[in-house]
Design a binder for this molecule. Structure first.
Ligand code: ATP
Length: 324
């Protein structure tokens, strides 16, 4: 392998730049040429490539988002689109690539690998932490810290005015952000997609805390929480059934995706980037790098996209105990 490429695809996440930097610098270290592909698979199809060197990635380790831009690309889902992409890679002399993205990006990479045999390694970059084969995805820790900081600020208002706040956080299918942020920010209740704790329990818990002298409360709600009610419907429900509370809603939205990556995400990105390039040079392919028990490990991409991450039961228990 003489020349590798790196791209970011799907939703952006903090730490992607640190991973790009790591891949590029590792290639330079190993004397392998490296091309940056802009705008994900769209850029691959269009040949939007730039030859990088170690200096091309100066001063990006601390930046959120991705300097290579990301894209969602319909054309890559078609055999014709992927054929064009393959032609572009061949023309540019690219022997393999590292894709930083979520499970959709990995699905595309795997299909491409099967069609053309191109060596490919994935680095999991998504704030949701929902990829099988790694305990942490790039961006999760940063997003978590952003959410906790936001809830801390909301708490100031909640306690000054004796209010109940429903705070909606990202997580359509998984509750990792909600559960961890809820525990870290001391939420009263945490509603997640994996488990329906029931609305009665929510009311009981709020009644109990009111009785015990708590004047304000924060309930963290994942977007896809299993009660099926969104934060506004939850507000109405509580106002109707427990009128003692002055209820407010805060939807955190896209602030959760951006921002300066935490030290944890930068270190993780640096480690994953090095292993991704080493792996591909060792002849490994169609694998994803992940972190398990603080070791960088490889998982077949096909397992990573099929597998499911589990919610941490211990954390649910801890949060239960904390709301006494
Ligand atoms: P996030 O988890 O942040 O949404 P993602 O990588 O899962 O990130 P997707 O939009 O699902 O984001 O996928 C990114 C791109 O990967 C798509 O726009 C498409 O180009 C490609 N892709 C996804 N699924 C497939 C597929 N089944 N076949 C070919 N390409 C795919």
């Amino acid at each position: 392998i003489k020349k590798l490429a790196v791209l970011t695809s799907g939703g952006d996440s903090p730490g992607m730049n640190a991973a790009i930097r790591s891949v590029v610098r590792t290639c330079a270290y190993m004397d392998v040429e490296v091309m940056a592909i802009y705008r994900g698979y769209q850029g691959m199809i269009e040949g939007d490539f730039v030859l990088f060197n170690a200096r091309s990635v100066n001063n990006i380790i601390n930046k959120g988002g991705t300097i290579l831009k990301s894209a969602r690309c319909q054309e890559f889902r078609t055999p014709e689109g992927r054929k064009k992409a393959h032609e572009q890679l061949t023309r540019a002399g690219i022997d393999g690539f590292v894709v930083i993205g979520g499970d959709g990006s990995f699905r595309g990479a795997s299909i491409f690998h099967k069609e053309f045999g191109t060596p490919v390694i994935g680095i999991p970059g998504t704030i949701d932490n929902d990829i099988f084969g790694t305990q942490y995805t790039l961006g999760f820790d940063t997003a978590l810290n952003t959410v906790v900081e936001a809830i801390d600020k909301i708490r100031d208002t909640a306690s000054s005015h004796s209010r109940l706040f429903f705070v909606e956080v990202m997580g359509r299918d998984v509750g990792h952000i909600a559960l961890n942020a809820g525990v870290a920010a001391g939420a009263e209740e945490i509603l997640i997609p994996e488990e329906n704790l029931g609305l009665d329990r929510l009311l009981d818990s709020l009644k109990r805390s009111k009785k015990s002298g708590k004047s304000s409360s924060i309930v963290v709600v994942a977007e896809g929480d299993k009660t099926g009610k969104n934060v506004f419907e939850l507000k109405e429900y509580v106002e109707k059934n427990l009128p003692v509370y002055d209820v407010r809603v805060s939807v955190l939205g896209h602030i959760q995706r951006g921002g300066v990556p935490t030290a944890f995400d930068r270190v993780l990105a640096s480690r994953m980037g090095v292993r991704a390039v080493e792996g591909i040079l060792e002849g490994k392919t169609n694998l994803m790098v992940g972190i398990m028990d603080n070791q960088i490990v490889f998982t077949p991409i096909d397992e990573a996209i099929k597998g499911h991450t589990k919610i941490d039961r211990e954390l649910i228990r801890v949060s239960d105990i904390m709301t006494i």
